[in-house]
Design a protein around this ligand. Structure first.
Ligand code: TRP
Ligand code: SF4
Length: 336
């Protein structure tokens, strides 16, 4: 029996190399491992929990995420790729789980408290936002997934899912729902082009879909160690954001040692150093661009992939709900 893996990502617009080096490469690795059966979804309802006042781009962002996923190597032949709202059982199960989830669990959720305090430009005092982890639990439990690859920031949510399972099973029947285990992705800290963490909101990202020219354009104009005014000034790699990127994206240890030494001794210029980094990034992104070209602009193909994903995910979802209705004492619609 293959272990079932499931994860969703909120559609937030074009994804960047931080997403690729963290979550997405891991999704691909799990997909290509014979021991696992993977389902990957785009959490458009979750996007609305905080962006309901400005949600017009959600659909467009779903396509952008799907394109990025396909271009990094997620394969719809191996893993169903679906949009959360296309499978109504996500919303249906979230409602059912909401019946038994104590409000205290949700109010005490550290992510909830933290975001309420820190996000000032949105009104997050809504039922939907409070219920974010209930919907996330529904995403997971609907598929009886045993492993959920997520970042460490999701650990409180995963724990809530597990508590919801125990309480639900207590009321309605042992072994009805399965307790999921988190599979924490070791995410390398990916710096942006300004040395801070790569993030859409900092405007310092290199996109997965970035063209070769644009990648080089961004690298070329990057700040370096300010001590290197001239090529003859020695520098300190540890003070340079270009070096931070080498550390993550340059796999050639010997070359990296040479660069660090060359920087300290003023034996290598910053442009040459950036060109070497550029070569590694382009080599990594070339197959990504090739895959992307097969899908880009082909809406019909993307829609077929989503329809197929929804069909496969929907079959599992319907089966789960069919066991839950009688357990909860509800009559299943005979016509369904
Ligand atoms: N909350 C997750 C995040 O922000 C996204 C998510 C929604 C998710 N549903 C999920 C992740 C189910 C794993 C499983 O990253
Ligand atoms: Fe940065 Fe490279 Fe220039 Fe050193 S040589 S300062 S690491 S860009």
């Amino acid at each position: 029996m293959k272990k079932r893996v499931l994860s969703l990502m909120r559609p937030t617009g074009p994804l960047h190399l931080g997403h690729m080096a963290g979550a997405l490469n891991n999704f691909v690795k799990l997909q290509n491992d014979e021991d696992y059966e993977c389902f990957y979804g785009i959490a458009d309802w979750h996007a609305l929990t905080s962006n309901y006042a400005d949600s017009a781009n959600t659909g467009e962002y779903c396509y952008a995420a799907l394109l990025d996923w396909l271009s990094v190597g997620l394969d719809p032949e191996k893993s169903p790729l679906f949009i959360q709202s296309h499978i109504p059982q996500h919303a249906e199960l979230a409602l059912a789980l909401g019946m038994i989830t104590p409000l205290g669990w949700l109010y005490r959720n550290p992510t909830y408290k933290e975001q309420l305090e820190n996000i000032r430009d949105k009104d997050l005092g809504t039922y939907g936002f409070l219920g974010y982890p209930v919907l996330m639990a529904a995403d997971i439990l609907l598929y009886k997934a045993s492993l959920v690859p997520v970042g460490e920031d999701q650990s409180a949510h995963l724990e809530l899912s597990r508590e919801i399972v125990r309480r639900f099973n207590n009321f309605f029947g042992e072994n009805l729902l399965v307790e999921p285990q988190p599979l924490f992705t070791k995410t390398p800290k990916v710096p942006g082009i300004d040395g801070r963490k790569m993030s859409k909101s900092y405007g310092n990202a290199l996109q997965i879909s970035e063209s070769a020219e644009s990648v080089w354009g961004k690298l070329r104009t990057m700040m370096t160690d300010p001590a290197r005014m001239r090529k003859t000034d020695p520098g300190t790699p540890e003070k340079c954001p270009v070096w931070d990127l080498h550390k993550v994206f340059n796999p050639d240890e010997a070359e990296k040692a040479e660069i660090a030494q060359g920087c300290r001794s003023a034996g290598i210029g910053c442009i040459e150093c950036k060109k070497k980094l550029n070569a590694h990034l382009q080599e990594m992104l070339e197959p990504v661009r090739e895959r992307r070209a097969k899908y880009e602009g082909n809406k019909k193909l993307l829609d077929d992939i989503l329809a197929d994903g929804a069909r496969q995910a929907g079959a599992v979802a319907r089966e789960t709900m069919a066991t839950l209705y009688p357990a909860m004492g509800l009559l299943m619609n005979p016509a369904r």
